[in-house]
Design a protein around this ligand. Structure first.
Ligand code: ADP
Ligand code: MG
Length: 187
């Protein structure tokens, strides 16, 4: 990662029970936009068992590992690369605590407080460090290079030279809005 970069990337997953629930899905999408995240890439996919194994390799020994994998592969998930200042911490704060009862008691307005159904079906995923963000992005967006994004795309997201496609739920670069050349209309 470059020093002094102003946008950070994180990987967010809206887990299968959220994607099945139109109200929860829309309200989490609204929150992402209202909180100022830029949606750099989006895809909807049924996570393959091999991808889930790689993604949750650190949890292989945990008692909930099998149920976690079964759940994560049980239906479509929405997977997003989000950009914002301090995106990792910001998204994790919005998600709330991992365990649903902690979330419901300590952070009832958080995503997990509102839409978590159980410790496993806790609505969303968020990367926990820049290293894990880069690793997780690599699992689900194989043709995305974080380094290249910082070199050639970050500036446009940073300057707001982007447009939002609500159906695809993604911000794309829009070079026609060159804000550095915007002049006041004096007529
Ligand atoms: P987080 O998603 O907040 O980073 P972890 O990395 O510890 O949390 O766990 C990964 C995922 O495993 C959680 O999001 C949740 O789906 C599941 N999980 C974690 N702890 C438990 C638990 N005690 N029982 C069941 N599932 C759990
Ligand atoms: Mg984690």
């Amino acid at each position: 990662m470059k020093p002094n970069q102003s946008l950070q990337l994180t990987l967010a997953i809206l887990k299968p029970h959220v994607v099945k629930s139109p109200f929860a899905l829309q309200s989490i999408r609204d929150l992402i936009i209202d909180e100022g995240f830029k949606v750099v890439r989006s895809r909807r996919t049924i996570i393959k068992p091999m991808e889930a194994e790689l993604f949750y390799a650190d949890h292989k020994k945990k008692f909930f590992y099998n149920r976690l994998l079964t759940f994560m592969c049980s239906g479509p998930s929405d997977i997003h690369i989000l950009a914002a200042k301090d995106a990792i911490l910001k998204w994790r704060r919005l998600m709330g605590p991992t365990k649903v009862y902690h979330a419901q008691f300590d952070a009832p307005d958080s995503i997990r407080g509102k839409y978590g159904l159980s410790d496993t079906r806790n609505a969303t995923h968020g990367s926990d460090s820049p290293e894990s963000a880069a690793h997780e992005i690599g699992i689900f967006f194989k043709d995305f290079s974080t380094e290249q994004w910082y070199e050639s795309e970050e500036i446009f997201y940073n300057l707001g030279m982007i447009k939002f496609d609500p159906l695809a739920f993604v911000h794309t670069i829009d070079k026609s809005q060159d804000k550095s050349e915007a002049k006041p209309n004096l007529e």
